[in-house]
Design a protein around this ligand. Sequence first.
Ligand code: HEC
Ligand code: HEC
Ligand code: HEC
Ligand code: HEC
Length: 331
Amino acid sequence: MTGRERVLAVLGGQHADRLSCMPITMMFAADVLGVGYGQYARDYRVMADAQLKTAEMFGLDYVSTISDPAREASDLGGKIQWYDDQPPAIVENEALFTDKRVFAGFKVPDRVAGGRMEDRIRGVELLRSRVGQDLLVEGWVEGPCAESADLRGINHMMTDFSDDPAFIQDLFEFTVEVATRFAAAATLGIPQLHDGARIVTVSQDPRQALCYQCHAPREPETGSIAATNAWGPQVGSGDDRTPMGVHEGISCVSCHDGHNENTRASCKTCHPQMSNYGIDMEKMDTTYSSATSAHNIHWVKCTDCHQHGIPKAETPAPHNAKSLATLERNG
Ligand code: HEC
Ligand code: HEC
Ligand code: HEC
Ligand code: HEC
């Protein structure tokens, strides 16, 4: 059983070979890596290294992105105090909503980008690509009471419970909405992938983000060309199936109807009208036509089949029966 399977089994009330081991290791993990906690909380790459090293050293079942309570508050504009070797903290007497009128004019931001919340999401993505299916990756968002205390100041919030319950209601709705958007972005990221050094165009279809939770790429192996050149996760690594080549940029869901190999109907939605010539795509030599084909439907490029140069579409097809026979299914 992998750590990830173990945690999911325990959470699902199923049998596991032993209880899962998920200690919160924040400052301990920074110590294990030998970095200041300030660096750990500021840079997801440092956090990922520390989490991985700690999980490996102690055989933990998960890695986590919990760091401090000030990520949301910091991105919303709250004042936080940084320290070299302890978690950043909210400056309580300068809390963002000390004056309730500031809250009245405040909107939930529609994007979780460009700040400390995005840094945590990047951490989730990086950890997922590095642990694959071996360990569980834990995200982290603040709950309504904790986050409201960070934004309003804990002392004000306590008295608001009796003095102004309607305000507390609004404040909690606001903080839950912030947390929901943050969590949704963190759990369902779409990775940035590479083909060698080239950045691959990946469909941003949010439904496809689900597929990446399991059909995920891995960080390049230490010592590989991709790792040496710091190119980043490669298409087709791990369990990744991101389309590249002729189908680059197309979402999994354009071809896969649900969680199965039911792709039969999809080809007709784009072919033959999007093809370079009139022959039947479904009969061409790809893994659609035959599971043993050398041309994986997810990655096949023009040059894989046209090894001596890609013909121009205007030239009338020679209808070379022999080459078609070798490429088509069952001759
Ligand atoms: C919760 C994890 C998970 C998610 C999410 C997931 N898959 Fe899978 N998928 C698997 C596993 C596990 C297998 C089986 C792999 C094996 O047996 O080698 C699989 C197999 C498949 C297969 C092979 C067909 C079959 O029935 O075995 C296809 C096609 C597939 N997945 C497509 C997708 C697509 C498309 C998405 C997104 C819509 C997706 N998967 C999301 C875990 C997942
Ligand atoms: C251009 C259409 C297309 C796209 C886009 C596509 N697939 Fe597939 N996929 C196929 C076809 C065709 C097969 C072979 C099954 C069949 O014959 O129906 C397949 C097979 C698979 C299999 C099982 C066989 C194998 O390769 O191990 C998995 C898993 C899979 N796809 C996952 C995905 C995921 C995940 C995505 C998105 C990242 C994706 N596919 C995008 C067409 C597509
Ligand atoms: C969402 C649209 C879309 C779907 C669905 C789709 N394709 Fe394609 N496919 C394309 C496009 C666009 C190209 C041409 C790319 C180019 O010209 O660079 C292409 C190219 C191809 C090629 C290379 C030959 C050529 O004419 O360029 C093959 C083979 C192919 N598709 C097979 C399939 C099969 C088999 C399926 C069904 C499993 C499928 N495609 C589903 C959009 C799609
Ligand atoms: C799965 C293999 C495969 C892939 C991938 C593929 N082709 Fe083809 N292509 C063929 C076959 C087979 C023929 C028919 C050759 C024949 O009749 O001799 C063909 C024919 C053609 C023709 C017609 C030739 C002519 O003289 O009229 C053009 C144009 C062409 N391909 C362009 C492309 C382009 C552009 C791509 C990438 C977007 C591509 N092909 C991808 C297999 C492929």
